[in-house]
Design a protein around this ligand. Structure first.
Ligand SMILES: N[C@@H](CCC(=O)N[C@@H](CS)C(=O)NCC(=O)O)C(=O)O
Length: 139
């Protein structure tokens, strides 16, 4: 398998979780940061005109949850029973809903406050926030 490539903007946003999952799965990946200034010209080359985009062996994929689920499986985090998988989906949907209702309404500010660090690892603030949310989900 060629080195997979993840393309996203220079912030945590929808692409940050995929980076965490790549690390948890111990998969080396090309972390391609799309500069805001280049996006206007690149948008129409991306499926559905949005990011994140994942490229694997010449195939191009989009949709955050699909990408995250694929990577979570690689990391062994999708659960082993139907109930565990249900919990994973529930958490994933809750996280997405939270992001859409809060962070994305303040997208420009969030991008400034939670940039990606130089090594491509998303900053801890959002991860901690995720942990707080996960603690609210019944076990
Ligand atoms: N349903 C898609 C939405 C992708 C999306 O809207 N991404 C935003 C960034 S978080 C984007 O590309 N915005 C720039 C644009 O739409 O031109 C997903 O979940 O991946």
């Amino acid at each position: 398998m060629e080195k997979p490539e993840l393309i996203y903007f220079p912030c945590f946003g929808r692409g940050g979780m995929a980076k965490i999952l790549f690390h948890l799965a111990d998969i080396d990946f090309e972390d391609t940061i799309m500069p805001w200034d280049d996006w206007k010209d690149k948008k129409e080359t991306m499926p559905l005109g949005g990011l994140p985009v994942l490229k694997i062996d010449g195939q191009t994929f989009c949709q955050t949850k699909a990408i995250n689920k694929y990577l979570a499986k690689k990391a062994g985090l999708l659960g082993t029973t139907d109930i565990e998988q249900l919990k994973v989906d529930m958490l994933m949907e809750s996280r997405q809903e939270f992001l859409e209702k809060t962070m994305f309404s303040a997208f420009p500010i969030v991008c400034k406050e939670f940039p990606t660090d130089p090594s491509g690892v998303p900053l801890a603030g959002v991860v901690l926030l995720g942990k707080q949310i996960s603690q609210k989900v019944p076990s």
